[in-house]
Ligand binder design. Structure first.
Ligand code: PEP
Ligand code: MG
Length: 886
């Protein structure tokens, strides 16, 4: 079965019927006024895309369902006397606004246009509908460049002295139909088909094919939607919003999708067809205006909105048409919303008794929380807005103005921040919107293409800034009072207020960050801060995963603690070898005798100890995992070329430069072709005598001192880059001896767990053996990703990942979101085999993935005890850990 009548589906059938089809079915079954129609399944589309042909039987099924629609409307498709017209609309499982095709008014022909005119009592309307059909059909089905039709339309307006489309009369539109047909003939050598069923079948095929339109492919990549899903096709009896002043079309939201504020919200366009609103081509009036224009329809709409919201228990957005005073619903879905709206609405719905707290937690995510933590413009900065548009998608974006998508992409590629400025955007602007920091349009409302797409991407957008006049060919934007913005000038746009500023406005922390840092009491914050606070409490109560932070300094440790970290999962000791201390590292490397080397290590010891004391104090009572030195020693030495030049110059001056010359030969000796795979981590610890022992001593002595000061240090020692258990055993033996010696000397009991990072495939594969010598495992997913894929983590992201992302080989970099299939499989294996040997083995992760929302879910499922991430991402990991548990 490839075709479902609206009465046969429901909202849970999105896989098969697409989002639009499933919700049209749901509304039909709720008894709401939906025009009759049917949905061709995504399965049919998949078959068509795979074979190039409609699946067997589809034609007959369409005939059968079309007959039912004809009966329901009492008209036949394209009947010359009283034609039924249908729309053919795409509708995938996930909403892809404007990315695929739609053809309206199918069934109009040279004969039926007269029937429509008679039935509607409106010649002009009939010819306008016919020219729209030819235009859409010509573009979508016959592949003619849309600009040709636009030119013909502009030409007609000029000849008839018409300012707007609506000013063209019936005769002018009839002429336009003739021009459009001529364009089709010239461009394709074919006539516009006069058989309604031929039109219908071709439109269905075109919608199937639009799944693979370039803009749809780009959008799916951006949104991480699979290419295999295909789109459903909805065939719906046409209703008309362009039948006069008692008709119209609009979109409505049951709450404000930008702020989450309660109340009815939307745009209405009298005497127009649906596409006019979404395309942002004409300016709309607020929905409340409908109450004045048509009170009965307005009341009915409000009533339906309340029912839909209660039924879906969520913010719904609705497309509707009023045909001569009769309200019809053309679509509803759970509406997209900004991050702030998502948090506010989730909490409101709990308060209204529509959902419980766990469901509220599922309704928000870590990406949204990350957005709320972005800085915003400083209210106190001196600033003067040059214009104010609509606050379509929040954030504070600063960048250079560009006026077309190609320039946006080009400039962004060379590292510029850009603001894409357009009169209005179309789906063809998608590339530019992705590349830009923010989007500014002069036309269109909060439901225009720019607004909808920007919100979906989480990108700052101000739309409908009508005071600004854009001249695309001159590449200028002119504001009130003659302000001129040229391409390349810096603009700041505020997506939360809709303001547009000339120049760069300084940004400040968001209140949500102030709340996390403990400097803003939620009770005195706004309702957004209170909503975040409430959902964080739910997440913390439900989560099983601990959340620690990666922090190497006392300041970072304190920040992490404020953000809710319950320990440090990775304290990298590298920075403790930089700055002033480099001198000692150089001495260590250049040492020609044990005594020289020991002296260098001796000099490093007090500095290291001090670092650890401060960090343990900042994290008193909480676990702190200190990782022994990992990077190769040459990283602490001067650059080979710089040093060689220095030595050569000194010699040219006749100086001996003995110290530099020794250093140079050491740098040459330590030089590696592949340092990432070279002498680093535990290898360094085993090959440079005394290095790890010194670090362990500093750690143990710091712990002993903290105990003496009355503190509660909970330090753990972590050995990096272990590939075989023998490496770990040797390092561990040495460390254990040093800890015991320090403990004995200080007269304290030092229980310091010693564990290892699992960051090489061999370590994961031999986890069962390694676990015998490790008190804990911490997955170093940065190196593990590097070594599982064979990707140099320092090179590939700039070198060829952009091409791989373009080609769709990845949806996202595996260094950002864990590759569950490959790297994840090794993690799972190491967890299972490690725990089989040692059931109390503590498991954590400290690679970048520990703060990535999607990866956190996997770490929960695989049974880790904690994730560790940068302090700023701690709240995100807490939220996602909670979501993973409900
Ligand atoms: C890792 O490899 O994931 C890790 C945390 O260590 P580093 O990034 O310091 O190599
Ligand atoms: Mg590593």
């Amino acid at each position: 079965m490839f075709v479902y009548d609206f009465s046969q589906g429901n909202k849970d059938m999105r896989d098969l019927l697409g989002g639009k089809g499933a919700n049209l079915a749901e509304m039909t079954n709720l008894g709401l006024p939906v025009p009759p129609g049917f949905t061709i399944t995504t399965k049919a589309c998949q078959v068509y895309l795979a074979t190039g042909e409609e699946p067997p039987g589809l034609r007959e099924e369409v005939t059968e369902h079309l007959r039912r629609v004809e009966q329901a409307r009492g008209r036949r498709l394209g009947d010359p006397d009283d034609p039924l017209l249908v729309s053919v609309r795409s509708g995938a499982k996930f909403s892809m606004p404007g990315m695929m095709d739609t053809v309206l008014n199918i069934g109009l022909t040279d004969a039926s246009v007269h029937g429509l005119a008679r039935q509607a009592g409106d010649e002009r309307f009939a010819w306008d509908s016919y020219r729209r059909l030819i235009q859409m059909y010509g573009k979508t089905v016959m592949g003619v460049d849309g600009a040709r039709f636009d030119e013909a339309l502009e030409d007609a307006k000029r000849r008839h002295g018409a300012e707007h489309d609506v000013d063209l009369d019936a005769a002018a539109l009839r002429d336009l139909v003739a021009s459009y047909k001529r364009i089709l003939r010239e461009e394709t050598g074919q006539e516009f088909p006069q058989d309604p069923r031929t039109q219908l079948d071709a439109a269905i095929r075109a919608v199937f094919e639009s799944w693979n339109a370039p803009r749809a492919v780009i959008y799916r990549r951006q949104e991480g939607i699979s290419d295999d899903l295909g789109t459903a096709v909805n065939v719906v009896a046409m209703v008309f919003g362009n039948l006069g002043p008692d008709s119209g079309t609009g979109v409505a939201f049951t709450r404000d999708p930008a702020t989450g504020a309660r109340g009815v919200y939307g745009d209405y366009l009298p005497n127009a067809q649906g596409e006019d609103v979404v395309a942002g081509i004409r300016n709309t009036v607020p929905l409340s205006e409908l109450a004045r224009l048509d009170k009965r329809s307005y009341d009915e709409l409000l009533d339906i909105m309340a029912r839909l919201e209660a039924h879906y228990a969520d913010l719904c957005d609705i497309e509707f048409t009023i045909e001569r005073g009769k309200l019809w619903l053309l679509q509803t879905r759970v509406g997209k919303r900004t991050a702030a709206a998502a948090f506010r609405i989730a909490v409101q719905l709990v308060d209204e008794g529509l959902i419980d707290e766990e469901e509220a937690l599922r309704r928000v995510d870590g990406w949204q929380l990350a957005q709320l933590m972005f800085p915003r413009f400083d209210e106190n900065a001196r600033r003067q807005a040059i214009a104010k548009g609509m606050n379509a998608s929040p954030g504070a974006a600063v960048g250079r103005a560009v006026f077309d998508s190609a320039t946006a992409v080009e400039w962004a590629r060379r590292g510029e921040n850009v603001i894409l400025v357009r009169r209005e955007t179309t789906p063809d602007d998608l590339d530019g919107m992705i590349a830009a920091r923010g989007i500014l349009t002069c036309r269109g409302g909060k439901t225009s293409h720019a607004a909808v797409v920007a919100r979906g991407m989480g990108k700052t957008c101000v739309c409908g800034a009508e005071a600004l006049d854009i001249d695309v060919s001159a590449r200028t934007l002119t504001g009130p009072g003659g302000v001129v913005v040229r391409e390349g000038d810096v603009l700041s746009i505020d997506g939360s207020t809709g303001e547009v500023f000339l120049g760069q406005i300084p940004v400040v922390d968001s209140p949500v960050v102030q709340y996390f840092e403990g400097t803003l009491d939620p009770a005195s914050g706004d309702d957004l801060v209170r909503a975040v606070d409430r959902l964080m409490k739910v997440a913390d109560a439900r989560r099983r995963l601990g959340v620690r932070a990666n922090a190497d300094t006392p300041a970072d440790a304190e920040r992490a603690r404020a953000m809710g970290a319950t320990g440090i999962g990775l304290c990298r000791t590298e920075h403790m070898f930089l700055g002033e201390r480099r001198r000692h590292v150089e001495r260590l490397i250049l040492a020609e005798s044990d005594t020289e080397r020991e002296a260098a290590l001796e000099a490093l010891l007090p500095a290291q100890r001090r670092d650890f004391i401060e960090i343990l104090a900042a994290m008193d009572g909480l676990p702190v995992t200190v990782r022994l030195l990992d990077p190769p020693l040459h990283e602490f030495l001067p650059d080979l070329t710089d040093l060689a030049v220095r030595v050569a110059e000194a010699r040219a001056r006749g100086e001996e430069a003995a110290e530099d010359a020794r250093l140079l030969s050491a740098v040459r000796r330590l030089h590696e072709q592949n340092p990432m795979l070279g002498l680093r981590g535990v290898r360094l610890g085993l090959v440079v005598p005394g290095l790890y022992a010194m670090q362990v001593r500093a750690i143990a002595e710091a712990a002993a001192q903290r105990i003496a000061e009355g503190g509660e240090p909970k330090v753990e020692i972590m050995i990096p880059l272990v590939g075989s258990v023998e490496e770990l055993e040797r390092a561990r033996e040495e460390a254990t001896a040093v800890v015991a010696e320090v403990a004995a000397r200080a007269g304290v009991d030092l229980a310091i767990p010693i564990g290892t990072m699992i960051e090489l495939p061999r370590a994961a594969l031999t986890a069962a053996r390694i676990a015998r010598s490790a008190d804990f495992f911490s997955f170093g997913t940065n190196d593990l990703t590097q070594t599982v894929w064979g990707f140099s983590r320092d090179d590939v992201e700039a070198a060829f990942f952009p091409a791989y992302l373009d080609m769709g080989i990845f949806a996202v970099s595996p260094f950002e979101t864990l590759d569950v299939e490959g790297v994840g499989r090794l993690i799972r294996l190491a967890c299972e085999e490690g725990r089989a040997v040692r059931p109390d083995l503590k498991l954590g992760v400290c690679g970048e993935h520990g703060g990535d929302p999607e990866s956190v879910r996997f770490f929960h499922q695989v049974g880790l005890d904690y994730v560790s991430c940068s302090p700023f991402r701690v709240p995100i990991a807490r939220l996602e850990a909670g979501r993973a548990a409900v």
